[in-house]
Ligand binder design. Structure first.
Ligand code: SF4
Length: 251
């Protein structure tokens, strides 16, 4: 049986802001945001599991679905195959059947097989832990079905390396709080967050933004209950009232 594992648009008012006109917030402001989030949600601790291949597959399975469906699909693989080599060498139809309980199996089965084939005969990704960041992220994002967010999840949850995966929650809240340009792509948002957040805070910041996105800063936010409101131009504006404007959601 495969080992089990226990990752994890936005636009407020303001429209487009050119890169040349964007003023990056100070680290002091980002630390104040960190502290408010910490008061609300505590200080999550990362427990890296050191299984990069499992994390890679798990994160592909998490794309565009819930944690529950991701876990259903991962468990299906674990029950069907003895190890990752067997998944890699299996017909796509068999992988698809195993992950079907998690949905989107027709898209994800070929992605998983291709990524496992591309990581090399030995399926050894231990080198990612100590490789230069650009090399590690470059390799991961060269794999089929792996973008920045998936690559960052692999690095965070496997080794506790300082990355901040930009999912829909992080993108929405970061834009509202002015951590990056309101019209920033997820790649630009990722670069900006890495430049702003102290490396030792990256896991905590990522996890607390996600929690905040699920609890209060939802597509239709509950700004009246949010401890960040005084430092949030979106929350101080009239935009959140009367339920709008909502933004797209879904992981
Ligand atoms: S004040 Fe509103 S928009 Fe700003 S972080 Fe809080 S919930 Fe989100």
């Amino acid at each position: 049986m495969l080992p089990s594992l226990g990752c994890q648009a936005l636009t407020p008012a303001g429209g487009g802001v050119g890169r040349a006109d964007w003023v990056r917030p100070s680290r002091a402001r980002v630390r104040r945001i960190r502290d408010r989030l910490r008061e609300m949600y505590g200080r999550p601790v990362n427990l890296p599991h050191r299984d990069p291949v499992a994390e890679l597959v798990r994160t592909i399975l998490s794309q565009a679905t819930s944690d529950l469906n991701r876990d259903r699909a991962f468990n299906g693989l674990s029950e069907e195959f003895p190890d990752w080599e067997a998944v890699r060498d299996a017909p796509i139809a068999r992988i698809e059947l195993a992950i079907r309980p998690g949905g989107l199996s027709r898209q994800k089965a070929p992605r998983i097989k291709a990524a496992l084939q591309e990581i090399g005969e030995e399926m050894d990704l231990a080198w990612l832990e100590t490789a230069p960041r650009e090399e590690a992220m470059g390799f991961l994002t060269s794999l089929s079905g792996v973008g920045r967010k998936t690559a960052a999840c692999v690095q965070v949850f496997t080794w506790n390396l300082p990355e901040i995966p930009v999912d829909v929650h992080v993108h929405r809240i970061g834009g509202r709080l002015g951590l990056f340009r309101p019209n920033a792509s997820s790649e630009e948002a990722h670069d900006e967050l890495l430049a702003l957040v102290d490396p030792e805070d990256s896991y905590e910041f990522h996890m607390n933004l996600i929690r905040h996105g699920r609890e209060l800063c939802r597509p239709t936010p509950r700004c009246e209950a949010c401890a960040l409101r005084r430092m949030c131009s979106f929350g101080k504006s009239a935009n959140y009232r009367h339920g709008g404007p909502a933004t797209a959601d879904g992981d």
